[in-house]
Design a protein around this ligand. Structure first.
Ligand code: ADP
Length: 327
């Protein structure tokens, strides 16, 4: 895994395709894939018969894809759940875009036990001992100011840290991942505070006061988890695809190490997965009763992010959560 990210960085889309499929592989057909929020997505058909998935954005936004590929590599590194293989990332100066090239996941009907298997696999992912996850040696990672010496722990000792190798993105907004020993501090400083600062102009003085109260008393609402988990970070149904093995593949992560309850909360923000998913999940990773009390606070981060990304329509949901926790 040494320098894996570097090895996966290319100067053109063709170079990435040739490295993955051989020099004879040419892109014959490009079909748009719909459903994403941020990037252009396409299915590429190659002369060798293979299909690949590519996302593109402006050259200035190449950081989206570097951080996404790191998240995908970390999740895939757990070996627990379907995650598309990263084939390459880079800047194609000639075509004027940055890109992320991934294994193509062919959609197929769900297997009979789809939700049970998904529940088991996600719980396995959340329980993966962090030292098993290998860190990519990227230049950005090595240069970061507060780089932890052994973020995911060493010699089999689980680390209790929260954060990630690098900051990444939630949608197109920045997501801070400064390593911290306390989950509650991490959730306050790296999740709520940056979004609240961004959303300040939406909040009247009453809501601002409530936000301040909530931040100051966060330790009375949240708890320090028994262990830290690698998270998908943006696990709503639009980021899950059923592949042709009939199982769930998780896509488009905003990965970091945190409290597994935040991933579960995200599955319930816009509707919910069926109960079979949660029952199966619990068989491997028990969910504390207090989760239901904490869930809205974990929704708050994503709702603030939606407020900042998409505007005022989300203000009512943000205010409702604040009013629920702070009288
Ligand atoms: P965005 O970053 O713009 O939100 P997504 O990663 O969500 O884009 O991808 C856009 C669409 O492409 C989604 O609807 C998803 O189902 C599909 N998709 C994503 N990754 C793959 C893949 N590896 N294979 C096939 N389809 C994919």
């Amino acid at each position: 895994m040494i320098n894996e990210i570097f090895q996966l960085q290319y100067h053109s889309l063709n170079e990435a395709v040739h490295t993955a499929f051989g020099n004879d592989a040419e892109i014959c057909k490009t079909d748009p894939v719909h459903g994403g929020d941020i990037n252009n997505a396409c299915r590429l058909s190659l002369s060798t018969g293979e299909k690949v998935f590519v996302k593109t954005n402006t050259i200035n936004n190449s950081k989206f894809f570097i951080t996404e590929s790191q998240g995908l590599l970390a999740l895939k590194g757990t070996g627990t759940i379907g995650v598309p293989k990263v084939l390459g990332t880079g800047i194609d100066e000639q075509r004027g875009f940055s890109f992320l090239l991934l294994e193509w996941i062919e959609s197929a009907p769900r297997s009979k036990n789809y939700w049970e298997t998904f529940g088991h696999e996600l719980a396995d992912m959340h329980r993966t001992p962090l030292p098993r996850i290998k860190e990519p040696q990227t230049a950005a990672y090595n240069q970061r100011e507060q780089r932890p010496s052994s973020f995911f722990g060493t010699r089999g000792q689980p680390s209790s840290r929260y954060g990630f190798w690098e900051d990444n993105f939630i949608g197109s907004n920045p997501q801070k991942n400064l390593p911290m020993a306390s989950w509650i501090d991490f959730y306050r400083e790296c999740r709520l505070v940056p979004q609240i600062k961004m959303a300040e102009h939406y909040l009247d003085s009453r809501l601002r006061k409530k936000m301040t109260y909530l931040l100051d008393h966060l330790d009375s609402y949240l708890r320090e988890p028994e262990f830290s988990s690698l998270l998908h970070g943006d696990l709503w149904s639009g980021n899950v695809l059923c592949g042709n093995n009939g199982k769930a593949w998780i896509l488009d992560p905003a990965a970091y190490v945190g409290d597994f309850e935040t991933d579960l909360a995200m599955t319930q923000l816009f509707g919910s997965f069926p109960s079979a998913f949660y029952s199966a999940y619990r068989e491997i990773n028990p969910i504390d009763k207090g989760f239901e009390e904490r869930r809205d606070l974990y929704h708050l981060y994503h709702l603030l992010n939606h407020l900042n990304l998409f505007g005022r329509t989300y203000l009512g949901s943000v205010a409702a959560i604040l009013n629920r926790y702070v009288s």
